[in-house]
Design a protein around this ligand. Structure first.
Ligand code: HEM
Length: 381
């Protein structure tokens, strides 16, 4: 059997939208998903660790993070649907075979996510009601471990999509009478671990910026100057840790795991010659912004750091897409499939996307308003 035999057949209907449209929304969706996902990925670990071992400011940080976490998780999961839809539309010939090979682990995400989500709520409610029981603390730990597990499964699925040469081995190992049992994982792929942990590095950096944002803009009336100072210093140290993880894992991923067949075309593209190094060094700009305010937080610098972090995430999302296309197109260039524009679903999607983002923007504005006026005042009204 040829490895490419397992690639799914192309739909006779062709692509329902031009490939640039599919790619644009896939990348935009990943950016929108990554921002909150990063905060719960690294943030829930902080919540669990500082709630157990923390004192004073570190304990306060854990409580503050857990206050906002339910909203962050709800946003991030919903926004994750956008890149998922466009992956399924544009890359179905690769996405579904990978999903079939690791179907059990892939489906288990739903169950694990329930534990993660409820854990976030249980701990958040316990902090809000000032009743931190052992059960609540255990829930925070379960939630943080569940998020790490899910992130590992996501990294598996999205790396397996492009690891076509290994499909056949996984299939042979995990099939019975020709039927795939769905018990595979992509653990033999050298890109898996660095890719997964590189995302963890970015997650640490985004969480560090979120900590500063939270200290400057959220729960303002109850935030002491002492806490703000501490948060600035801690965020800077945490960001530094994130950069180290990102740099080590990123170097391992690019120079040690991605093969020549992916790197060579990237090296020949003048766009990527600029984008790749920029993606590598971009966190340095945010680091400077956090360094500048490690002795005292300022609104303008915090907004600059936040904007630059969105830029870091955007560069990463675009670079990842470029790499994914190089990896996949060498087996089959799915961008060349015929296009038959399906106008009605496209218009419905665009309308709902704009309405959805407007509602999300409105909800965030409401949360910001509550935070600004102080929870007590709102309750009195
Ligand atoms: C259930 C709701 C979720 C959906 C629909 C979703 C969707 C997605 C999609 C489609 C991607 C890949 C995007 C792309 O490559 O263009 C992705 C990436 C990722 N997601 Fe989520 N996600 C969800 C929840 C989570 C959770 C709970 C975590 C836990 C931390 C998580 C962690 C990740 C990670 C680490 C990646 C990068 C994987 C890689 O490409 O190596 N996601 N997500």
């Amino acid at each position: 059997m040829n490895p490419t035999d397992l690639i799914g057949p192309a739909s006779p209907l062709g692509n329902p939208a031009p490939f640039w449209f599919i790619t644009f929304f896939k990348v935009l969706g990943l950016i929108l998903h990554m921002i909150p996902m990063n905060v719960w990925f690294a943030g829930m670990i902080l919540v669990a660790v500082f709630s157990t071992f923390g004192k004073n400011h570190s304990l306060e940080l854990a409580h503050r993070l857990s206050r906002t976490m339910p909203a962050v998780v709800a946003l991030g999961i919903n926004l994750g649907i956008v890149p998922l839809l466009f992956t399924q539309v544009g890359y179905y010939q690769f996405y579904y075979p990978a999903g079939v090979l690791m179907a059990r682990a892939w489906f288990s995400v739903i169950v694990i996510l329930l534990f993660a989500y409820y854990g976030v709520y249980v701990y958040s409610l316990s902090v809000r009601s000032n009743r931190r029981t052992k059960f609540a603390l255990t829930s925070a730990w379960i939630s943080s471990i569940a998020f790490v597990l899910i992130s590992f499964l996501f990294a598996n699925n999205f790396s397996l999509m492009a690891n076509v040469n290994d499909w056949i081995h996984i299939y042979t190992r995990t099939s019975e009478s020709g039927a795939a049992l769905g018990t595979g994982l992509n653990t033999a792929d050298p890109t898996l671990i660095p890719r997964w942990l590189m995302m963890f590095g970015i997650a640490i950096t985004t969480t560090a910026v979120f900590i500063v944002f939270d200290a400057v803009f959220f729960k303002r009336k109850d935030t002491s100057d002492n806490y703000r100072k501490w948060a600035g210093k801690f965020a800077f140290a945490f960001y530094t840790l994130g950069i180290v993880v990102y740099a080590v894992m990123g170097s391992w991923y690019v120079f040690g795991a991605l093969g020549e067949s992916v790197l060579n075309p990237i090296g020949q593209s003048s766009f990527m010659k600029i984008l790749f190094p920029l993606t590598a060094i971009s966190p340095g700009l945010v680091w400077i912004a956090l360094f500048a305010q490690r002795k005292g937080l300022r609104k303008a610098t915090t907004i600059t750091a936040g904007t630059l972090q969105v830029f870091v995430i955007t560069l990463n999302a675009v670079s990842r897409q470029w790499v994914q296309n190089e990896e996949i197109f060498k087996f089959k260039d799915v961008s060349q499939l015929p296009v038959q524009v399906q106008w009605s679903p496209m218009i419905v999607f665009l309308l709902l996307f704009v309405i959805g983002l407007t509602v999300v923007g409105w909800m965030i504005a409401k949360i910001a308003e509550v935070e600004k006026r102080g929870a007590e005042e709102i309750q009195v009204k």
